[in-house]
Structures are given as structure tokens and as C-alpha cells.
Design a protein around this ligand. Structure first.
Ligand code: BGC
Length: 761
């Protein structure tokens, strides 16, 4: 090939010109990675390779070699708290700042795309990767992830929104088929992706390993092209999850642009065969190549060598994010915060206090730049107050009984006579990981036994939880005066926990997932994780609080719950229709006042309930939120705007979003079960006419604005009409499809009449 113009280093590429100069062979190669983390270069044209690295809560950049399960070493990077924690902050500004820090580290490490965030829904608390996901609610997950993506991408680094889609478990994740009806996909499992794509245009979307209704996500044209691009307007590149490709040629045709990691030529061979056979066109290959080149092009600006970041500042940010992610579940008699000047010793019990877990297992493990533990931080924060420590339990499940007893006795010794025991309990590292799910929600029995033993001698007990996904609290929480849900908090989590325990930070986290009383209450029970390669989403829309609300179930702690060291009053709710019709907009505003004595942050949560609908709708759904910081005594007017989607449902017949006319209730409060104010709003919405054909029921015909009249007229005075409208038989008769009714003796209309009328409607 002659006349080639090497792409300028550091600048954007001339993608159309390069495409024209690439040989077919080179194009096909570009659709595959060059190694574990990098795209293919084409040196003769000056097309460099770019590096993608996990994320999303800290970089796992492996410059040499690589693995996607977190086994091999990576360059040190700041380990920020994972999504289970950051979601509890309900703070979009914080997520955006976190994104910026990630971008700075990515630039310093030569990484062009951070592989995250993951916005899969927490369908079951048992999913091994829940620590990496935000919420059981698509609105919350979508808006937080969107802020993170903005923060990263505003600084010249890309993201990879993952795992698209319906990847809500780890069991059998490479092949399981998630059997989900379309309405449930549209209202629950896709909206977080949709929100991030439409608001933030992530540079890449990562397709998941699993199948959806039988079709691999990696080769599903409906998912990767129709929904993602045609409906949502996605402009970036679709990358496979690591090893998610099954038929490479079908994947290219469906819209999967880049296969990662390198398939060692297997993918390219399949594409070549399909090109030769004419089942794949060069235009389809060009489309994918263009997206790879565009990714390489947009990465150039941030690839300058010698970039650095302020590690101290990032560590401080990691601490701030962690502290704002902690959720104070319970605080009887104000046992917290701990006062450094109060009399009596503080007993710290639990291995997690000195051996923190930073994140969960698998691809998102970060090699931290340093690690703060809570014990050291608490000692520093409590100054002269005596702090005793005992590990209390072993982290290994199979520790010998004598060792378990010795550790427990040590904990009792430490707690005896102390004014307060702070007991760090949690899930051992190996219990939560990518690649497998938990099979129960309990804490290890030896930890519960240690707590009980400590509670028997300690005056007051505070439990600090370390876990990436919720655990059952009912079996043991009566032994605790206070419970702090401290998730997995990254490398600065120890300091953050101390900050909250002593009140240097007033807790403001709110649960982004319900803590059920027991796993038996969970909606996915019986279906999760499926069998024989299939997992049925039998609970449909009723995931998380939607289920607990619909079934009026008690929960241990509801979605949105979280206490503060101050109190807040909500008042003067106003709900105003800004725009009516098919695409309504409604403004919700209220006044929040800090009625306590400490500065604090309140999370205002806005839920919408559809009072009457033609389809089943959840009791209430989160449709807006805002976090507001207030000094003691201060008030702020908080405004939340609700768009059409806040009122719409996915119409299962029309297969689009519809806002039905009628009255909706807007509820606002401090949790899904601590609703403070409500107001109704009546919207004009959109009157929809459902299509009717000969197979529609008599009821559907009669409800149709044009056909109803026509049918009534045709039936008038006949026996059929009598049966259809008689109080005793009417309801039964009207449920019969018209085509069948037309065959009954004496019917004045026949099939032909029905088909003609339906066609004319
Ligand atoms: C995970 C992805 C990750 C990729 C690369 C896969 O096993 O599912 O989330 O980004 O590996 O490490």
C-alpha cells in the first residue's frame, strides 16, 4: 500500500482517511485486543495501541502480563471505596470528584479507559459482585454512575459501562440465560444503563457474559444495536467482557466492536471465514473498526508521558468518600459519637479493625498505595482515652476450636470494665467475590459468638460492619446499641470509620439496598441463581423495596435508611406541573431544616406512586433525590425535577413508554419507609388506543373508541348482545376473543366482518 500518512502522535486521528488506508487484514485484526489490556496497533499508519484497565474504584493497571480475576500484581493506585459504599453516599458531586481522581490516576498510569462503573441491579443480596454494584434501584444507580462517568470523562479518560446486561449473579455467569420479560428489562434492568448512556455518553459499554432470553449479550443485535444505539443514541464502542465472545462474526454483526482480551487470532479467523462466506460484510467490519479508531483517537490527548497525581490528596479524598458512605443503621441513646473526653476505656474488638478489607475479590482488586486501619485511626482520634484491642475471632472459617475460644476470651477480657466496646464484624474476604455467589446472608458464627460474649460484659456495644453486600442483622443486633454499616471502604476506610465513630464526620450515608430480615424474604428466592443454565426473573418488577412494599413485609432496615448525629425537619412540600401532556415535567420542592446541634447532611428522597393504572405498578418508586448540607438551625429549599419517566411505565403491548392520564402521588422523605410529606398531581398524560384485531377479546373491542361503537351497533338486539351485557354472564362472555365468539350460533358478525372492521379502525 502506498501514500500512507502516519497519524500525528498525541493528536486526534483522521479516522476516515485511516480507514481508507487499512487493508482488510489489518481491519480484522483491529477488532481484537493485542494482549490482555491493549488494542492492536498498526504501526505503518501510526495507529497506536491504547490500554483499558479495571476499575472502577481504583486502577488495576497491569503493564506486564495480565489476568482478569485479580490474581496477578498491578501498579499501585489509590483504592477508593467500591460502589456498594459510594452508592450509600447518594452524592452525585462526590462521585464526580471521585471520577476526576480516577482520571488523573489513569493518565499517570497510561490508561485510556477505566473498566467501569458496573450498574447491574442488586437482585439478590447473595450476588458475589454486589460490592461493585450500586443499588437495587435503577434510578439511584443510573444517576450516581452517570456522575462518576462525567467525572472521569471530563478529564480526557474513557469509561466502560458494564456489564450490559442482566448480569445479576455470578453463578454460571459465562453462559446462564436470564429469562426476563421486556417490561422488567425496560423498567428495572436497563434504565441505569440508559441513564448513563443518554446523560454521559460513556466512551465504551462492556457487554456481559450471560445470555438474555437465550441470546448471548455479546451477539444480541436487539441489545447492542437496537436498544443501545438506535433508541438511546450510544456513540461509543462496545467491548466484550473479558472472554465473553462466543461467535465472533455474529458479535460483529450484532454490534460488538472490540473483543478483549486478545483471542490469539481465533476471533479474526472467524471474521475472515464469515467475510469469505458472505455472511458478514466489509461494511459491518468497517463500522466496528471505525469505533476502535475513534476510541484510539479520543484517547490521544490524555496520553502525554510524565503525568502525575497528588497521592496525598487522593488518599484524603478516599477518606472523605468513605466517611460519607458509612450508614449509621442504629444509635440507641446516642451511644455514638464517642467522646474523646468521656471517662472509661474503649475496647476495640475484631480483626477487621486492624486488618481492613478494602474491596471484594476478582478483577476490581487494587494494589493500594497505603492502608489505614481503624484501630490506629481510632487511637489517634481518641487521644488520651484508653483504647484496648482484641482480635476477637479468626478470619479463617476453619480455625481450630481452641483458637476460637482463646480469641473470644481475649475479647471478653478487653471489654470487661470498658465504657464501650466497638466490635468490628464482617464477611471474610473469600466470602465475597467475582465469579461466585454467597449461599446465605449470615455472619460467621464465631463472630456472632464473640459479640454475644462481649455484650455480656460490656456496658455499651457498637458494631461496625465490614461487608460488600448486606448481611442478616436480626440474629445479633439486639446485642448492639449502635450499628454502623461500613461496607468495604478502600484504603482510607480505617480513618473514615474513626472519623464517624468520634463524630469528626457526621454520618450521612443512606442504604442503597434494603436490609431484609432474612434471605427467605428476598424476591429472587426460588429463582436465584437458577438451574440448568437458566435463571428466571420470576419476581418481575418487584426487586428490592418494590417487593417488600408490595408484600407489606417487615425489613430490618429499609431502602434509603440512615441516621445522623443531628435531626432534620421536612416541610412545605410543593408540587408543580411545569409541563403537561405525554412528556410531563413536575417540580417538587420542600424545605429541610437541621433541627439538631451538629452540622449534617440530609438526603431528600422523592418517590412516585401511580394511584390507578391499566397495568400492575410497584407501590412507589424512587424518582429523584438530593443531598443537602446544613449547619445547625439552618434551612434550605430543595428542588427536585421529575421528568416523564418518573410517571411512565413500559407499555407491554405498545412496547414504548407511556404516561397514563390520572393522579399520581409524590412522596418525599428520609427513607422509603420514613416518608414525611405527600402531594398529588394530576397529569393529562397520553390517551392510548390499543390495537385490536379479530383475536382481541370482546372486552377489548368494546373498549376501543371506534370499534366499540361499531360492534355494539352490529350486535344490537341479538342474543349475543344479551349474553355480552347480562349482569350474570357478561364478564365471562366479554373475556372471549371475538374470532371465537363469531363462530357461536347466532353471532351477527363473522370473521370476515371482524377482520375488515379491525383493518379499517
Ligand atoms: C469482569 C469485568 C472486568 C474484566 C477485566 C471480567 O472478568 O467481569 O468486570 O472488567 O474481567 O478484568
Amino acid at each position: 500500500m502506498t501514500g500512507t500518512t502516519p497519524a500525528p502522535q498525541g493528536g486526534p486521528l483522521d479516522v476516515p482517511a485511516l480507514l481508507a488506508q487499512l487493508t482488510l487484514e489489518e481491519k480484522v485484526d483491529l477488532l481484537d485486543g493485542s494482549d490482555f489490556w491493549r488494542t492492536q496497533p498498526v504501526e505503518r499508519l501510526g495507529i497506536g495501541k491504547v490500554m483499558l484497565s479495571d476499575g472502577p474504584h481504583g486502577l488495576r493497571a497491569q503493564h506486564e502480563g495480565g489476568d482478569h480475576l485479580g490474581g496477578l500484581a498491578a501498579a499501585p493506585a489509590v483504592a477508593f471505596p467500591p460502589a456498594a459504599a459510594t452508592a450509600s453516599s447518594w452524592d452525585v458531586d462526590l462521585l464526580r470528584r471521585l471520577g476526576r481522581a480516577l482520571a488523573e490516576e489513569a493518565r499517570a498510569l497510561g490508561v485510556s479507559v477505566v473498566l467501569g462503573p458496573g450498574v447491574n441491579m442488586k437482585r439478590s443480596p447473595l450476588c458475589g459482585r454486589n460490592f461493585e454494584y450500586f443499588s437495587e434501584d435503577p434510578y439511584l444507580a443510573g444517576h450516581l454512575a452517570s456522575a462518576l462517568v462525567d467525572g472521569v470523562q471530563e478529564h480526557g479518560v474513557g469509561t466502560s459501562l458494564k456489564h450490559f446486561a442482566a448480569n445479576n449473579q455470578e453463578t454460571d455467569r459465562m453462559s446462564v440465560s436470564a429469562e426476563v420479560d421486556e417490561r422488567t428489562l425496560r423498567e428495572i434492568y436497563l434504565p441505569a444503563f440508559e441513564t448513563v448512556v443518554t446523560r454521559s455518553q460513556p466512551w465504551t459499554v462492556m457487554c456481559s457474559y450471560n445470555r438474555i432470553n437465550g441470546v448471548f449479550a455479546s451477539q444480541d443485535p436487539w441489545l447492542l444495536t437496537r436498544v443501545l444505539r438506535d433508541e438511546w443514541g450510544f456513540e461509543g464502542l462496545v467491548v466484550s467482557d473479558w472472554g465473553a465472545v462466543y461467535d465472533r462474526d455474529a458479535a460483529v454483526a450484532a454490534g460488538l466492536d472490540l473483543e478483549m482480551p486478545s483471542s490469539g487470532g481465533v476471533g479474526a479467523a472467524a471474521v475472515r471465514r464469515a467475510l469469505d462466506a458472505g455472511t458478514l460484510t466489509e461494511a459491518e467490519v468497517d463500522r466496528a473498526v471505525t469505533r476502535v479508531l475513534e476510541l484510539v483517537s479520543r484517547s490521544q490527548a490524555a496520553l502525554a508521558p510524565g503525568q502525575t497525581y497528588d497521592e496525598d490528596a487522593h488518599h484524603a479524598l478516599a477518606r472523605e468518600v468513605a466517611a460519607d458512605s458509612v450508614v449509621l443503621l442504629k444509635n440507641a441513646d446516642g451511644v455514638l459519637p464517642l467522646d474523646p473526653r468521656a471517662p472509661g476505656a474503649v475496647a476495640v474488638v475484631g480483626e477487621f479493625a486492624r486488618t481492613p478489607r478494602l474491596g471484594g475479590g476478582g478483577s476490581s482488586q487494587v494494589t493500594p498505595t497505603r492502608v489505614d486501619d481503624a484501630l490506629t485511626a481510632l487511637r489517634a482520634a481518641l487521644g488520651d482515652r484508653e483504647v484496648r484491642f482484641a482480635p476477637g475471632f479468626a478470619l479463617a472459617d476453619d480455625a481450630p476450636a481452641e483458637e476460637v475460644a482463646r480469641l473470644r476470651d481475649g475479647a471478653v477480657e478487653a471489654a470487661r470494665g470498658a465504657a464501650v466496646a466497638v466490635v468490628f464484624l464482617g464477611l471474610p474476604d473469600a466470602w465475597e467475590s467475582e465469579g461466585y455467589d454467597r449461599d446465605h446472608m449470615h455472619l460467621p458464627p464465631q463472630q456472632v459468638a464473640a459479640l454475644e460474649a462481649v455484650a455480656a460484659v460490656a456496658e455499651r456495644v457498637v458494631v461496625v460492619l465490614t461487608n460488600g453486600s448486606v448481611v442478616e442483622v436480626e440474629p445479633w443486633q439486639s446485642h448492639a446499641d449502635a450499628v454502623l454499616e461500613a461496607w468495604l471502604l478502600g484504603q482510607a476506610g480505617g480513618g473514615a470509620v474513626a472519623d464517624v465513630l468520634v463524630g469528626a464526620v457526621n454520618p450521612s450515608g443512606r442504604l442503597a439496598e434494603t436490609v431484609p430480615v432474612a434471605i427467605e424474604d428476598n424476591p429472587a428466592l426460588g429463582n436465584f441463581p437458577g438451574e440448568a443454565g437458566v435463571v428466571r426473573y420470576g419476581e418481575g418488577l418487584l426487586i428490592g423495596y418494590r417487593w417488600y412494599d408490595a408484600h407489606a413485609l417487615e425489613v430490618a432496615y429499609p431502602f434509603g435508611h440512615g441516621l445522623s448525629y443531628t435531626t432534620f425537619a421536612h416541610a412545605d412540600l410543593e408540587v408543580q406541573v411545569v409541563e403537561d401532556g405525554a412528556q410531563p415535567r413536575v417540580r417538587v420542592s420542600l424545605t429541610v431544616t437541621n433541627t439538631g446541634e451538629r452540622a449534617g447532611k440530609e438526603v431528600v428522597q422523592v418517590y412516585v406512586a401511580d394511584e390507578e393504572a391499566s397495568v400492575f405498578r410497584p407501590e412507589q418508586e424512587l424518582k429523584g433525590f438530593a443531598k443537602v448540607a446544613l449547619e445547625p438551625g439552618a434551612s434550605a429549599r430543595v428542588e427536585v425535577e421529575l421528568d416523564a419517566r418518573a410517571f411512565a411505565f413500559w407499555h407491554p403491548v405498545l412496547r414504548r413508554w407511556v404516561v397514563e392520564p390520572g393522579t399520581f402521588t409524590v412522596l418525599e422523605g428520609a427513607s422509603s419507609r420514613d416518608l414525611r410529606q405527600r402531594a398529588t398531581v394530576t397529569l393529562a398524560g397520553e390517551e392510548v388506543t390499543l390495537p385490536v384485531d379479530a383475536d382481541s377479546t370482546a372486552e377489548q373491542w368494546l373498549a376501543h373508541p371506534a370499534l366499540g361503537e361499531r360492534l355494539r351497533a352490529a350486535l344490537e338486539g341479538t342474543g349475543t348482545a344479551h349474553m355480552l351485557f347480562a349482569p350474570e354472564t357478561g364478564q365471562m362472555m366479554r373475556a372471549i376473543p371475538m374470532r371465537r365468539l363469531a363462530r357461536f350460533p347466532g353471532s351477527p358478525v363473522d370473521e370476515e366482518w371482524l377482520e375488515k372492521a379491525a383493518a379499517e379502525a
